[in-house]
Design a protein around this ligand. Sequence first.
Ligand SMILES: *Cc1c(COP(=O)(O)O)cnc(C)c1O
Length: 224
Amino acid sequence: MAVDIHFFHKIKLDLQSHDARLIAVSKMKPVEVVKVLYDAGQHDFGENYVQELVQKQPALPQDINWHFIGHLQRNKVKYIAPFISMIQSVDNLALLKEINKQAKKQSRIIDCLLQVHVGKEETKFGLDENEFFDLVKEVVDQPENFTNIHLCGLMGMATNTRDEKIIRQEFHRLKTLCEKIKEQYARQLPYFSACSMGMSGDYELALQEGSTMVRIGSLLFGNR
Ligand SMILES: *Cc1c(COP(=O)(O)O)cnc(C)c1O
């Protein structure tokens, strides 16, 4: 089965009760399969690779909200700037400035999330807590440099482990960081509200810990 429509309807209900959104992660899945889920009512999709995304985007309905969730190189921002809705994987200042620059060229606003590293894996990208606060402060202090982005929240991934206690702790840390910024900069960062956490293996824990956006691939589309 290409798309698990039964799971799709089940998770839509779950998310409603948590006031959270679904990002369907369609990386490495063909456009025909994406279209099936689109036709079932899903309009938010997540992709990890620039080249794959720029090939798929023109072949699919233009009202899809594309979320970039993979590691993004600065020199590739220009390829997705014309259409991307949200970039969830911002992990350095130079990248955020480049997104602003390319958004400006397109006369667009691009929503951004800061990716925060809380997991144990060395290899995962993301800002540590201090880098996160520094980057937020930069946007707050220099709003004139960020006219074409909205800082909308943060994104994170928990350690890939079966130990629920660890996963819960990590999600809790992400949520706490999000709430802290929301409170501290309610006036300067009015769009800051999203806490994007939870994937196929851990989305239920993420919702319990206050996720506002889950990114789900394999449970919808099968294994990659
Ligand atoms: C691939 C990916 C997902 C989805 O993973 P699944 O386990 O298939 O649900 C979510 N977030 C990010 C950042 C990803 O790279």
